[in-house]
Design a protein around this ligand. Structure first.
Ligand code: GN1
Ligand code: MG
Length: 381
């Protein structure tokens, strides 16, 4: 198994970027975004006006078969390009883009460095930004619209053609089993018996009180009520690019988790991220709240496109998804904290516990506002 270490030597980064068809000399390579899993850099060239690139090292502990991730990305990009060429009614005069994969000089789509590090290069989308928190209702509506366009553009991509690149992703009962395994293992570095603190005890009770609810989406999937579709997997606020001049959503980036799933995972993930005005990295977790006005705006934007493909069963499970996905992410952060934080990158030892507290507070806020959120969903139909 490859050990992933933060890359420390810019010289090495430049040499790695040089393995790809950049079309010019590199001026600088800077860290880009705040990904919790992969390492991402922006590559700027020396020539004035030359396009910039996104250089990424895929975390092969999380994505053990990175070639399959590239395969899904290609299939997805080709499908969307075809849709755009054919002209989509809901796109009308909007700009919509998909990052382009830049081939390696060796001929493939990626470059495997010493020790199995898996690198790839993508085009950088110019004239657009992403944000860590929502800035306005209009921004929230655009994020929802962007997710709706993303789903609509791939709604006729045969789901069986996409590989399962991350087995168990968003399968909440699997995360619950892992949580129990970790708790039962006395060797775990942060076994609560050894390192109890009031916040950790609160998190453990929070999970235990909700165990009966974790299979709600998987049960509906197994019963054939909710179909597998191609999804993004991680459509949080900072993965939705907003055009700098029009304020419109123009792309969803971070396409590693494009694979078969439920659109409910995406809707829940988008809302848990957009409707938390303090952002998922806040340390002021007692103040975290799910904002129903932002929820309404995101769902209006989403529904403007998605009403064309959502079924009445889909609507019936939206509230469950909105409640489940922040709970699931809290559970994932908590389990990683207990197991020694080997999955999500951390800046300090308590980081994943703090992140779990934020997601659980958000879940609680959703639960107490259930009636209002359900009426927002009703108004979409
Ligand atoms: C991870 O690496 P990043 O930040 O794009 C995670 C998502 C979580 C997210 C929380 C493959 O995404 O599922 O929602 O952190 N990605 C993976 O910020 O596990
Ligand atoms: Mg991601």
């Amino acid at each position: 198994m490859t050990t992933q270490q933060p890359w420390q030597f810019p010289d090495d980064l430049e040499r790695i970027a040089g393995q790809f068809d950049l079309g010019g000399a590199v001026a600088s390579i800077e860290p880009l975004g705040n990904g919790n899993v992969n390492d991402t850099y922006r590559v700027t060239l020396q020539a004035q006006g030359a396009p910039a690139y996104v250089l990424q090292r895929l975390n092969t502990r999380v994505f053990p078969q990175p070639e399959l991730v590239m395969g899904n990305l290609l299939l997805f990009s080709e499908h969307v390009a075809l849709q755009l060429r054919n002209g989509c009614p809901f796109l009308a005069d909007r700009r919509w883009e998909v990052p382009r994969v830049v081939p390696a000089r060796s001929g493939g789509l990626h470059w495997v460095e010493d020790e199995g590090c898996f690198w790839r290069l993508l085009s950088f989308l110019e004239g657009a930004h992403c944000f860590e928190t929502v800035s306005s209702l209009a921004h929230a509506r655009e994020v929802g619209h962007g997710l709706g366009m993303f789903h609509a553009l791939i709604s006729d991509l045969p789901v069986g053609a996409l590989a399962d690149t991350l087995v168990g992703f968003h399968i909440t009962p699997t995360y619950l089993s892992l949580f129990h395994q970790v708790l039962a293992n006395p060797e775990m570095p942060l076994n609560p018996g050894l390192n109890a603190c009031p916040e950790l005890e609160d998190c453990l009770s929070f999970v235990r009180a909700r165990e009966g609810f974790v299979s709600v989406l998987e049960d509906a999937k197994s019963a054939g009520i909710l179909p597998l579709r191609p999804i993004h997997g991680d459509p949080k606020i900072n993965n939705v690019m907003i055009d700098a001049s029009t304020g419109q959503a123009i792309a969803l980036v971070d396409l590693d988790t494009v694979k078969p799933g439920l659109v409910h995972y995406d809707i829940g993930d988008c809302l848990r991220s957009c409707c938390n005005r303090l952002g998922e990295e806040t340390t002021d977790w007692p103040a975290v709240r799910f904002d129903p006005l932002l929820c309404e705006a995101v769902l209006q934007g989403y529904g403007a496109v998605a009403s064309s493909f959502l079924t009445s069963h889909d609507y019936a499970y939206l509230f469950a998804a909105i409640r489940l996905i922040p709970f699931e992410l809290g559970l994932r952060f908590l389990t990683d904290y207990l197991a020694g934080s080997h999955y999500f990158k951390i800046q300090h030892p308590r980081h994943n516990l703090d992140r779990a507290l934020v997601q659980f507070k958000l879940t609680e806020s959703i639960e107490v506002q259930e009636a209002e959120i359900r009426s927002i969903i009703e108004a979409m139909r």
